[in-house]
Design a protein around this ligand. Structure first.
Ligand code: ARG
Ligand code: ZN
Length: 853
């Protein structure tokens, strides 16, 4: 069944208060729920409680057992007259048998919950929609030896021992919340305690809960939590509102983490970190996700979503907030580069493919399929554009207004934009198209200069491509930051200007431009668009060395590389000189931050190069990229060696050391690409001697793409060294799945049979199957072995965990982008998936839309 945004109706019944009583047992858990229900808008409607996969034992209304209820597609429908009643149900559920990891489930002996979006209905009967806000009282009873710790949302209020080896605890959350924010955890957990004093002087007790053996790897997460709490006070004026804040890490989790009120539950990969097992990127991600979930306390929990079509209201805004937090912890320029890189790797292909959807979708079959890069990352870009248009002071006034006006309610994207208008004093009518139109806008820019007259003319035009269900598009508001530089002197010729391009085409005139100008456009990536300009390789090389906006500098280099690589892929060869010159200049510029240099000299990913071609030829893309890598490696060998031999100090997680490590690993990659005689030895020595995972995995990655004998030895050593650390074993699988070697597809097929591989753990499935899907060369091997493997794995995984399976499907949806032979093979696999009996609606929606789109 397709759900449409336009079908929204306010709830017929509200539930101001609910008490839940859990008799916890992994095999059979009893849940008794007592709901205070009040009639909402529509008179005469029965009470409809969502449910799924549970055994209903009894129903009482106002204390009396009733049997006039019916089950309608798993929903419990109870006829009720009058305005207010008490409804009690008792159900039984089986957490241990729950492999889809939604609702109440078991993860290595810990009982935990995941309810967003529609998992609460798998725990008890309830109006499982985000606009029904209830106060929760939760009582849990469990075996004390197996489950000594019992946690739920809000504050603990009571507890005690029972005489049969069981014990109980009661928690109360004073803040009304939707069911998707409910959480409980029961297990044998150890805690890393901290405390935070809020700006109004209240003390909050913090706890990071993990298995005893993982306790030593929780300091970074706890530290990040404190930084997040302080940051949200300083930057957004948001204070935490309960006396306790708990985070629990579990090994089996469908995505990153969940912002349940006062009790965040995390995928352990976003909590656990120490130098020996986590890379710098892992450390960054831990801090970023801890911040993200914490920030949801205001953007998500205090103000939630009216319906799931509004998902980006909380996710887009919260991603924007976590990006701001991370930018403030180190280099803002590097953070922006990383965010744009990931937007291009994950959101642009989505926007240009069969699963394209607006930031506020119009319809869906399964809401889980809409936790996408478009909702999250493009959604964050929308907030960023509004912040750019308003400027920092007015943007802060607008978020203050939003938090005040909608506190305690379930709001819409429209409500947020209205606050931006009211406090910002701007008209965002046309801007709203960003919420309704899918597709990445393309902007064409040409700059002419009248040599004698000094007048420069910039012609801009925009085009929003057709997407499934949206053939016609209107011109949008594109905030473009622009500046002109002198080609001869290198000096800026204008100030930075913010141009709001809101017409199909516009012309801008700059007077008194005394020398030939070079265009710097979309500075800071001010709009999530593709720029098509006619800038020459020389001008791009010039900007890569002289632009004063670090993002624009990076971008000029990327464009130069991209143009060169596309030419190489199409023509079989290309002129590498401009790229080599620009990279050499960047490497030898002592004023640059090493972290920036490392980003700037990296070639665009194969997938992104492929996105520029009319028809993707994966081998041609790979060959062109390897040729440029080899040439860069060889021509600049001295500089790579210098970067590699640069300052070394014992491991520390500081922005400076992180940047140096990144640059050294990039340099090692270029040295290995040349086939330099000592490269294998350098990489293996680094691998063996490293005092941190960044260097160890960095060396392993370099080796993984080579024919060096050291490669096999390194993978072997790595496996045995970390055999009992699941997060590190994920890296072992992932690094092999991402290898550019010609035999990777065969290796991956074999790894799926490895004793350490399992589809039941989502991290492990993503590490092998997910990583393989984005390995452009290996996945698209001409004989179709990659496509068949992915389809086999998705079908098998769908029976265990449909959500995770559906998430891994998109690589097959790129079939229209390839030659007829590959296209037919991919379609064949999609058709096989759709024809599989008993397919989940998650995987069905993704596969069928991928065929149609
Ligand atoms: N709200 C969570 C977060 O962004 C993610 C929930 C994902 N849910 C899902 N069904 N995919 O932090
Ligand atoms: Zn989120």
């Amino acid at each position: 069944a397709v759900i449409h945004r336009s079908d929204y109706r306010p709830p017929a019944w509200m539930v101001p208060d609910v008490s839940l009583d859990f008799d916890l047992d992994p095999d059979a858990t009893r849940v008794r729920a007592k709901l205070d229900v009040r009639r909402g808008s529509a008179a005469g409607e029965p009470l409809r409680l969502d449910g799924a996969g549970q055994t209903l034992l009894s129903v009482h209304v106002d204390g009396v057992a009733v049997n006039d209820w019916t089950l309608d597609n798993d929903a419990l429908v109870i006829p009720l007259s009058g305005e207010a009643h008490t409804v009690e149900t008792e159900v039984e559920i089986a957490p241990e048998a729950n492999s889809q990891l939604m609702g109440l489930y078991a993860s290595s002996g810990i009982l935990c919950t995941q309810c967003e979006a529609e998992g609460f209905r798998r725990i008890t009967y309830f109006p499982d929609r985000p606009d029904v806000l209830a106060r929760y009282r939760v009582r849990m009873t469990a075996d004390k030896a197996r489950f000594p710790i019992l946690l739920a949302n809000g504050d603990p209020v009571d507890g005690g021992d029972l005489d049969d080896g069981r014990h109980w605890a009661e928690w109360h959350d004073p803040y009304p919340k939707p069911s998707y924010l409910f959480a409980l955890v029961a297990g044998d957990l150890a805690v890393n305690r901290g405390s935070f004093t809020t700006m109004s002087g209240r003390e909050v007790v913090l706890g990071i809960w993990v298995r005893e053996g993982d306790l030593a790897r929780t300091d970074h997460a706890l530290h990040a939590l404190k930084l997040s709490m302080a940051w949200d006070e300083q930057v957004y004026g948001r204070e935490y509102d309960l006396d306790v804040f708990n985070i629990v890490a579990v090994d089996d989790f469908n995505f990153g983490a969940m912002e349940n009120k006062g009790l965040n539950i995390f995928n352990s990969r976003y909590i656990l970190a120490d130098p020996d097992t986590a890379t710098d990127i892992d450390y960054d991600n831990v801090a970023g996700v801890v911040a993200h979930e914490y920030f949801h306390n205001w953007s998500g929990n205090r103000i939630t979503c009216r319906d799931w079509f509004q998902l980006s209201l909380k996710e887009g805004f919260t991603v924007y907030r976590d990006q701001g937090f991370s930018a403030d912890q180190g280099s803002a320029a590097v953070k922006r580069i990383e965010d744009v890189r990931s937007l291009r790797a994950s959101q642009f292909p989505e926007d240009g493919g069969p699963l394209a959807h607006p930031v506020r979708p119009e319809s869906f079959i399964e809401i889980s399929n809409f936790y996408t890069a478009t909702i999250y990352n493009k959604g964050a870009e929308l907030i960023r554009m509004m912040a750019t248009i308003l400027g920092p002071q007015r943007f802060r006034a607008a978020t203050d207004l939003y938090f005040e006006r909608f506190d305690g309610t379930a709001a819409t994207c429209e409500d947020f934009v209205a606050c931006m208008e009211d406090a910002g004093g701007v008209d965002l009518s046309q801007f709203r198209l960003w919420y309704s139109q899918a597709g990445t806008p393309r902007v064409a820019a040409t700059l002419d200069h009248q040599a004698g007259g000094g007048r420069a003319t910039l012609r801009l035009s925009q085009q929003v491509p057709a997407t499934p269900g949206q053939p016609e598009k209107h011109a949008m508001v594109l905030p473009l930051k622009i500046r002109l530089f002198g080609a001869e002197t290198g000096r800026p010729l204008t100030d930075e200007q913010l141009v709001l391009l809101d017409q199909p085409a516009e012309t801008l005139v700059f007077e008194a431009i005394s020398e030939r100008p070079v265009l710097s456009i979309n500075r800071g990536f001010s709009a999530p668009v593709v720029i098509e300009s006619d800038r020459s390789p020389a001008d791009l090389a010039f900007l890569s060395g002289h632009d004063d906006d670090p993002f624009a500098r990076y971008e000029a280099m990327q464009q130069l590389m991209l143009d060169t690589l596309v030419a190489g892929a199409i023509e079989g060869q290309a002129d590498h000189r401009a790229v080599i010159g620009a990279v050499g200049a960047t490497l030898s510029d002592p004023s640059l931050d090493p972290a920036f240099v490392a980003e700037a000299v990296l070639l665009p990913a194969e997938g992104f190069i492929a996105d520029q071609l009319a028809t993707v030829d994966p081998e041609a893309v790979f060959t062109a990229r390897e040729a440029l890598r080899r040439d860069l490696g060889a021509q600049l060998e001295g500089q790579w060696r210098e970067a590699y031999d640069g300052p070394r100090a014992p491991y520390a997680y500081t922005p400076r050391d992180k940047g140096l490590r990144r640059l050294r690993n990039v340099a090692l990659g270029y040295l290995a690409a040349t086939g330099a005689e000592d490269a294998a030895k350098l990489a293996f020595t680094q691998f063996a001697a490293a005092d941190n995972m960044t260097d160890r995995q960095g060396a392993l990655q370099v080796l993984s793409n080579t024919d060096f004998d050291e490669r096999v030895a390194a993978f072997d050593i790595f496996f045995h060294r970390y055999a009992d650390n699941p997060l590190v074993l994920d890296k072992w699988f992932q690094t092999q799945a991402l290898s550019s070697r010609a035999d990777t597809a065969d290796v991956v097929v074999e790894l799926a049979q490895h004793r350490a591989f399992s589809l039941t753990n989502p991290n492990r499935a993503r590490a092998l199957v997910g990583a393989f899907g984005v390995n452009q060369r290996a996945f698209n091997r001409a004989d179709g072995v990659g496509y068949r493997f992915l389809a086999d794995q998705l079908i098998a995984l769908d029976r265990i965990n449909p959500q995770t399976s559906a998430k891994l499907l998109p690589p097959l949806g790129r079939w229209r982008r390839f030659d007829p032979a590959r296209s037919a093979l991919m379609r064949g696999e999609l058709e096989r998936i759709v024809a599989t009996p008993g397919l989940s609606k998650d995987l069905f929606e993704q596969a069928s839309k991928s065929l149609e789109g």
